[in-house]
Design a protein around this ligand. Structure first.
Ligand code: ARG
Ligand code: ZN
Ligand code: CA
Length: 253
């Protein structure tokens, strides 16, 4: 990737318990983490000397104007009667959530309590193809559980460094899990990530091996704790930039 691309972001905070109405500061900490990680910024946790680690050249900024070109902070706040959201429910105002802003122009991030204590989930870029225009336009974006959003503050260890959003945005930009969601016969479609037979979790003390090679457990698309993750590879960065070009071009400023 040669040129920096900036993605405008809107964060929708949906809350019932007022502790879930997290601060602007918490939101800003998350945007900062995304920029540190995607730009592999020196002096931050997103920096590493790992030989395959790459600056993706993708940046994130809270939107300065909304879908109707009015000034905005890029943060919406919605009070709800819903204690825990089912999948996709948070994306609809009439279901107690908040409707997306034009998904061709913004990365929508919903922050709320999600069923099953899920850390987060994302919609893949090609969702549109099979599912039809309507579904994509109304549900495109990523969802992050309130306790896993941002750095410090309301976020709970070991998922308190904002890496859940780094991971979910990776999916949103077309990346699969590094173990390919299967055994050694399943690949993630990325040539410079080693085959892996399963996810790694926690904080491995020794480098795990599977499928005859060392696992790249530091990859953002594996499942280790937030303080372990710090790698997007060159080919992952290429994939994400290609996704922006092919599916999400209207989005970049
Ligand atoms: N389980 C979630 C997913 O597959 C998120 C994993 C996030 N990992 C982390 N270290 N924060 O999309
Ligand atoms: Zn994932
Ligand atoms: Ca691979």
């Amino acid at each position: 990737p040669r040129k920096v691309r900036v993605i405008p972001v809107v964060v929708h905070i949906i809350w019932k318990d007022k502790r879930d109405n997290i601060s602007d500061r918490q939101v800003h900490s998350q945007i900062q983490v995304l920029n540190e990680d995607y730009r592999k910024k020196r002096g931050t946790k997103g920096y590493t000397r790992h030989p395959l680690a790459t600056d993706t050249m993708i940046e994130f900024r809270l939107a300065k104007v909304d879908a109707h070109w009015r000034k905005t902070t890029g943060i919406t706040r919605t009070r709800t009667k819903v204690s825990v959201f089912q999948l996709e429910q948070m994306k609809f105002s009439e279901l107690g959530g908040k409707d997306a802003w034009d998904t061709t122009r913004f990365l929508n991030i919903w922050v709320c309590r999600v069923r099953g204590g899920l850390l987060g989930y994302a919609q893949f870029p090609n969702g549109s193809r099979s599912l039809g225009q309507e579904k994509t336009n109304t549900t495109d974006g990523v969802v992050i559980g309130t306790r896993f959003f941002g750095r410090g503050g309301s976020a709970k260890k070991p998922f308190d460094l904002g890496r859940t959003a780094t991971h979910e945005v990776g999916h949103w930009l077309g990346l699969r899990h590094i173990w390919g969601d299967g055994g050694c016969d399943k690949d993630d479609g990325v040539s410079d990530t080693p085959l892996a037979g399963r996810p790694n979790r926690g904080h491995p003390r020794q480098r795990p091996h599977s499928c005859g090679s060392e696992d790249m457990f530091e990859n953002y698309m594996d499942y280790c704790d937030d303080n372990v993750q710090n790698v997007f590879t060159y080919e992952q960065a290429q994939r994400m930039n290609a996704t922006l070009t092919l599916y999400r071009l209207g989005l970049c400023e």
